[in-house]
Design a protein around this ligand. Structure first.
Ligand code: FAD
Length: 371
């Protein structure tokens, strides 16, 4: 009999399993997929670590988490600096002095601020919709070129028909700083996330292609306690209803050229281009293979916003009232399951960045695996 059965070989499950093992517990990890690493899974194609479930950039201000995760991988110095493409015009992101210089020709922070304030003044009353809210924050030019089309593609609706609360802030930098994340620590694990997860799970028994819910009775009998990181509603057989997600669709292509767009991420901010962005995976590791050689080919993924329906890959939890209430009902059922700990982005129906999910797993370890 195992001390712990961990359902899910993603970051949460792997960190919990590692810590349990290091405290002398016996652990079995199962995952229904044919690979470990959950949504941070990377697959090596022609020497390029492709982020199969969407681009993942590690960033954190949490020194404890950074010290923890760097035991399992060396991180490179990748800094996320996306580029926006609006009908062939290229702009720096997030909005900063390079962006303002390109849009208006302004040279100083003062000139940029004056221009933004002039344009923001267009909205006088309380913003009635997302369009008005965005203009009141950054002015019409930036809204039209860099916010409108992208947001409309993401939500599948006109900005005038979207509620203003969706955009609370649109950060504006009056500096020449293209670093998207304002994080103390940032980078990509060299050699890919899958390798990092292999290191976390080193020496732990992992059974892939094993759906816990389809083999529940049998698997439950093998362990004293269960850590479940799958969808909470699926655990309860959707008895109270289905929690909704926002989805993304990826179209990935191997190209017989060495450089497609010269940057890891390019956002397409016009409404007409059907994809929201293109990721060129090799630039997460500077276009080099493990030995530092330039890679001759490239892999790109076009990302499309898509409607989620039950059965699709769940990506982003929908943080609205309806889903929040339903989750709370499921949470009550979960709290009554003595033998099971629910964790991770699906088990807690919560958007977690990677550093947050590691932190949550470590907190769970502290609670349940006290020395
Ligand atoms: P998961 O990785 O989803 O792991 C859960 C595992 O459980 C999966 O492997 C699944 O197959 C398995 N499972 C589910 N049900 C069962 C079952 N019945 N039986 C067996 N196994 C089961 N974070 C960042 O910090 N930076 C980023 O740039 C970033 N980009 C992101 C981009 C996208 C598109 C998305 C959706 C998320 C992004 N994240 C990012 C967040 C990051 O993906 C999560 O923090 C992390 O993957 C959560 O880990 P987890 O273990 O909770 O869940």
């Amino acid at each position: 009999m195992y001390d712990y059965l961990v359902v899910g070989a993603g970051l949460y499950g792997a960190v919990f399993a590692h810590e349990a093992k290091s405290k002398g517990k016996s652990v079995l990890v199962v995952d229904k997929r044919s690979n470990i690493a959950g949504n941070v899974y990377t697959e090596n194609i022609e020497g390029i670590n492709v982020h199969v479930y969407g681009a993942h950039i590690f960033h954190t201000n949490n020194k404890k988490v950074w010290n923890y995760i760097t035991q399992f991988a060396e991180f490179n110095r990748f800094t996320n600096s996306p580029v926006a493409n609006y009908k062939g015009e290229l702009y720096s992101m997030p909005f900063n002095m390079y962006t303002f210089n390109k849009i208006w020709g302004v040279e100083t922070p003062e000139e940029a601020e004056t221009k933004i304030n002039e344009q923001r003044a267009e909205i006088t009353g309380e913003p009635k919709n997302l369009e008005e809210q965005a203009i009141s924050l950054v002015g019409r030019d930036i809204f039209e070129k860099l916010v409108k089309g992208y947001t409309e593609k993401q939500w599948g609706r006109d900005c005038k028909e979207l509620p203003s609360f969706i955009i609370k802030r649109l950060p504006v930098r009056l500096t020449f700083d293209n670093n998207y994340f304002n994080a103390l620590y940032q980078g990509i694990p060299m050699g890919g996330y899958t390798k990092m997860l292999e290191n976390i799970l080193d020496g732990i028994e992992v059974r892939l292609n094993t759906d816990y819910l389809e083999n529940k009775a049998e698997l439950d009998a093998t362990a004293k306690k269960i850590v479940y990181t799958g969808p909470i509603d699926a655990y309860f057989n959707y008895s109270l209803g289905t929690l909704e997600y926002r989805s993304v669709r990826f179209e990935t292509e191997l190209l017989e050229k060495s450089n497609f767009q010269g940057n890891a991420a390019v956002n397409y901010t016009d409404r007409e281009t059907p994809w929201t962005r293109i990721i060129e995976h090799k630039w997460f590791e500077f276009g080099k293979d493990e030995d530092g050689n330039d890679l001759p080919k490239t892999v790109i993924s076009r990302e499309y916003s898509s409607e989620w329906k039950p059965g699709d890959e769940p990506y982003y939890p929908v943080n609205d009232e309806k889903n929040g209430k339903l989750y709370e009902e499921y949470k009550k059922l979960a709290d009554a399951e003595d033998k099971v700990i629910f964790g991770g982005r699906l088990g807690e129906y919560k958007y977690y960045d990677m550093d947050q999910v590691i932190d949550a797993a470590l907190t769970c370890v502290k609670t349940y695996l006290a020395d």
